[in-house]
Design a binder for this molecule. Structure first.
Ligand code: 9MR
Length: 615
């Protein structure tokens, strides 16, 4: 269940209660359910805690459920840690403790992703609704959860409202984002002069650009075109799959109420920044996009964006960034067409110019080695970026030359769903849009079938896993495994949109359970959602763990999640030898397992809005 909004005092009482009671009595401490937003205008120091963060000591339980909830007409699955080889009895109890359904678990055996003996429970047949249910197996109770048709409605809003306090170049209004108000970051009056006149890396070009605005990438102060592009694209795709629902969704942002869907207002904030990263006309590489802009050295934790004193630098253009800009701007052009024709035209010009520049400079690769002061985002295979950009330009313009480019691309017939898509592998973004957004590509039926085939594979994966996750890499879990599995769920969700087949809807809903607590750590990876939720994601300004005066990340913030490579010191000290699912620690210094980013919240936003629409 989502924790109720509480005042500080009430929260402390609830925390005391939760710590004092055994797991089985937990529901009583959380008998109140409230789906509302924290009071707008309630700003000030207290407001940072307008939603309760997880107390530090949640009693553990071997019964792992989606701590947020299940849709009454959706699948309801859980996992139990047990080495028993025979089925165990389970009971579903309502708030009053009455048994409303019962059955037996299915032994699933040793789960390689966690090293745990597991059983699964399926209580989908129970169609009741209400708050504070628990699942008991062998006398042990799960954390409480709701059965609620609206279980995901607020999440879709929160996941997308994550972007406003992530904005650069604008003061964050505490009335709109209570507890998150802060001065504008990287504006002209910033200690380092901000992003108004950022010079090129010495020796690469001799101009400066105004690259103010956009979103900070993650917990750092950098802004990176490839990551910005896929994030904004995913937000725009959530709009394109469901314009009506998007229009009805009010986000916490200054533009709310301006007659443009809020998700598009948020997208525009980033599109404007991406556009500023384009090399101006008259310069040697005109039309290309600079790969990234960040500090010359890593800023420390915590550092408010407005307090950054380090020199900012514009990194050289890259083909990947240029094509990313082309794709995002082309998509932006068509979604803004009905709201702002002039802006749509401007974006299309940007996209065309970028695509042509990339064709003229097809091998300007950003190196993996450039990771000081900001992430590298290196990429030496840009066939997929070319494909995605051409696909978006084709869908927007209908021009044959782009269709020809798409159909001639080696990516067009490759299995873009073999692995999860991300900032480096973007072919799937083009394929998904070619399948779902109206166009006349000659082999469109084959394109659509390829999405369904990709979804079938992810569905088979999630149905085979003890914890139901749509992710089973060979070997360990990758950086941002949570985003990867959510992106796999987006493919499954798209198959539902294409076919209307129930199994795909069930797959998405069931796959989300992992993110919200049906996992080896009993961990909800989304702040403010679930009894035991991530709250210390790596961030320079949501650094509550380091400075109690600062807030935790806003609710609806996704943590990157288990990463077998343990690249940071905290994770490598605490988690050495971990099984993939256990390679996670909710510590602000564990940037390789516990960061927050714009592209991970865009995965969450897409899937959450899909789930919200299933009511
Ligand atoms: O998300 C990125 C991940 O796929 C890469 O493996 C990793 C190392 O290059 O970088 C991640 O991106 C980080 C970026 O470089 C800087 N901002 C924070 C990002 C999330 O950790």
């Amino acid at each position: 269940m989502r924790l109720p909004n509480l005042s500080n005092k009430a929260k402390l009482a609830a925390v005391a209660a939760i710590v004092a009671v055994p797991a089985i009595a937990l529901p009583i401490a959380f008998a109140t359910k409230d789906g509302g937003l924290p009071g707008v205008g309630s700003g000030g120091a207290d407001a940072a805690y307008a939603f309760p963060v997880t107390p530090d000591h949640i009693p553990d339980t071997p019964v792992r459920v989606n701590q947020v909830g299940y849709l009454p007409d959706g699948p309801k699955r859980a996992t139990v840690i047990s080495d028993a080889t025979t089925p165990l009895p389970w009971q579903l109890k309502d708030k009053a403790g009455t048994v409303v359904a019962s059955g037996e678990t299915t032994p699933h055996g040793m789960d390689p992703s966690s090293g745990q003996g597991t059983h699964t429970v399926d209580f989908s047949d129970y169609k009741g609704s209400g708050s504070t249910y628990t699942l008991e197996v062998d006398g042990k109770a799960s954390l409480p959860f709701d059965l609620d048709p609206k279980a995901y409605r607020q999440l879709a809003i929160d996941a997308m409202s994550f972007y406003y306090p992530q904005r650069s170049g604008i003061a964050i209004d505490d009335k709109l984002a209570p507890g998150y108000g802060r001065a504008a970051g990287h504006t002209a009056d910033s200690p380092n002069g901000g992003d108004t006149k950022v010079p090129c890396q010495p020796g690469t070009c001799d101009y400066s650009l105004d690259v103010t605005g956009g979103w900070y990438d993650a917990g750092d102060h950098g802004k990176y075109v490839v990551n910005g592009g896929i994030s904004v694209a995913q937000l725009m795709s959530s709009y394109e799959r469901s314009p009506q629902a998007s229009k009805a969704r009010t986000l916490r942002q200054p533009e709310a109420g301006n007659k443009i869907p809020d998700v598009l207002d948020e997208a525009r904030w980033e599109l404007d920044f991406l556009t500023k990263m384009q090399v101006p006309a008259g310069q040697k590489l005109a039309g290309m996009a600079h790969h990234k802009i960040h500090d010359t050295g890593w800023t420390g934790l915590p550092t408010d964006p407005a307090a950054d004193t380090q020199q900012r630098v514009l990194k050289p253009p890259s083909t990947a960034a240029t094509l990313n800009l082309a794709a995002a701007a082309a998509q932006g052009s068509r979604v803004f067409e009905v709201y702002d024709k002039a802006y749509a035209e401007k974006l299309l010009t940007v996209a065309r110019t970028a695509f042509a520049a990339a064709q003229a400079n097809p091998k300007m690769y950003a190196p993996d080695s450039d990771g000081v002061g900001g992430g590298a985002y290196g990429d030496t295979d840009v066939d997929d970026e070319f494909y995605w950009a051409a696909a978006e330009l084709y869908i927007t313009t209908g021009e044959k030359k782009f269709a020809d480019f798409v159909t001639a691309s080696p990516v067009h017939k490759s299995d873009v769903f073999a692995n999860a898509f991300d900032w480096r592998a973007v072919g799937a973004l083009g394929r998904l849009d070619l399948a779902t957004v109206d166009n006349k590509l000659p082999d469109r039926e084959r394109v659509r079938a390829s999405v369904v085939a990709g979804a079938d594979k992810h569905l088979a994966t999630l149905n085979s896993q003890a914890y139901g996750q749509a992710y089973a890499p060979n070997g360990g879990y990758d950086w941002a495994s949570n985003s990867q599995m959510l992106n796999n769920l987006a493919v499954v969700g798209t198959a539902f949109d294409l076919t209307g087949e129930q199994k795909y809807r069930d797959g998405v809903l069931s796959g989300m359970d992992y993110i919200f607590g049906r996992n080896a750590l009993n961990q909800s990876y989304v702040t403010g959602y679930g009894e035991k939720a991530s709250k210390n994601q790596h961030s320079r300004w949501y650094a509550h763990q380091l400075d109690p005066k600062l807030p935790n990340p806003p609710r609806g913030t996704l943590a990157g999640g288990p990463n077998s490579s343990l690249q940071d010191e905290v994770a490598s000290a605490a988690l050495k030898g971990c099984k993939p699912q256990l390679c996670y620690i909710d510590d602000i210094k564990s940037w390789s397992t516990n960061e927050l980013t714009i592209n991970w919240n865009s995965s969450l936003s897409w899937v959450a809005s899909f789930a919200a629409d299933q009511t």
